[in-house]
Design a protein around this ligand. Sequence first.
Ligand SMILES: Cc1cc2nc3c(=O)[nH]c(=O)nc-3n(C[C@H](O)[C@H](O)[C@H](O)COP(=O)(O)OP(=O)(O)OC[C@H]3O[C@@H](n4cnc5c(N)ncnc54)[C@H](O)[C@@H]3O)c2cc1C
Length: 399
Amino acid sequence: MPAEAEQVDTQTPRRSPYDLVVIGAGVVGLACAWRAAQAGMSVLVLERDGPGAGASGVAAGMLAPVTEADFGEESLLELNLAGRELWSGFAAELEELTGLSTGYADDGALVVAADRDDTEELRRLHDFQRQLGLDASWLTARQCRELEPGLAPRVGGAILAPQDGHVDPRAVVRALVAALERAGGELITSAEVASLDTAGGRVEGVRTVDGRRAGARTVLVAAGAWSARGGLAPEGGGPAVRPVKGQLLELRVRAGHSPPARRIVRTPRCYIVTRGRAAAEDGAHVVIGATVEEQGFDTAVTADAVFRLLEAAWEVLPEVGELELLCARAGLRPGTPDNAPAIGPGDADGLLWATGHYRNGVLLAPLTARTVVHLLRGAPPPEALRPFHPGRFDSSRVA
Ligand SMILES: Cc1cc2nc3c(=O)[nH]c(=O)nc-3n(C[C@H](O)[C@H](O)[C@H](O)COP(=O)(O)OP(=O)(O)OC[C@H]3O[C@@H](n4cnc5c(N)ncnc54)[C@H](O)[C@@H]3O)c2cc1C
């Protein structure tokens, strides 16, 4: 078949309804699509831009429930811990099926104190972590430098979370696309969904801005920070999702130099993640992140963010100054009023949401995919997922 004819064929959604149409090819939408296709369902993913064009292409990729744990977010912590449990098997399966790396590493994370104020703050955080029974221990300054010799002399102590880890989210997106295709799923890029097709209170498919229609038994909205935009929910409403801007820097370890640290190093002002050779073909990369900004859909990289992130990283790991600066990026986290995701049935039959993962979408992608397949099979939402039902925001809808 000539190449042109092949292209036309794959870009035309089939006439009979898909079991599942997914809106958005971020790490959440792709993970759900892959698992559904593996379960024998016919699956189509529609992506406005390209895979990983949203937050998933920017994220640092930390799988760090312990060092992300915050006061008042205990039920989210339970979910995040369950999410991390799934990652090593998920990464191994993806890598084996596709031959592509995910950059999975579970070397642990250190939250270091750069001054006396930090020490007090981290001591309180460590007490909280111990009350919750988390695997986290307090290290003296000497113990810190034994683990990470690149730490600055000013570091006065740290929390060690030995099980926190990370992946390379862009590598994960590439592997998920390959795995989806192998499982028989379809992905159409440059296909922006304009609206849901509904009949008699039931969602029966979607329409793209260029007039294509895809029929579906179930539509899954996994459009990240854009999930609340008009058209992706019946009657114009949507889950209470808003964009939360995050900027980060990507640097490279130069030939002949060693990475500044092996584990994730965090302070109250930044985090530093070293991605090994497996994830980056041209040598270890170092990611420094991230800002948290309420700026609407703005994704401009600002000089102020670059300056502050570099300064915050340099004060605890001075060798950061020797790295080659590759780029700075900004992405939009899908935030919700309680910082927790919205996973489950939407307002109409035939509609599911998997969105609002805020700072933990990479961490929670395998667990979200498992839950979505469970719901697609007609099972009731698992008990542990009840606090994350999309309907909990009914009184605070974003129009
Ligand atoms: C700076 C930064 C650092 C982060 N660090 C981490 C981290 O260390 N660990 C972690 O777990 N998480 C992290 N996150 C959060 C994580 O990136 C997100 O939670 C996650 O990527 C959300 O995935 P998603 O698939 O829901 O959304 P996205 O990745 O945003 O994907 C949504 C997709 O939907 C598409 N889309 C939107 N509207 C439409 C439409 N109408 N039709 C078709 N397609 C559409 C978009 O183009 C996009 O590709 C970070 C985020 C940022 C910004």
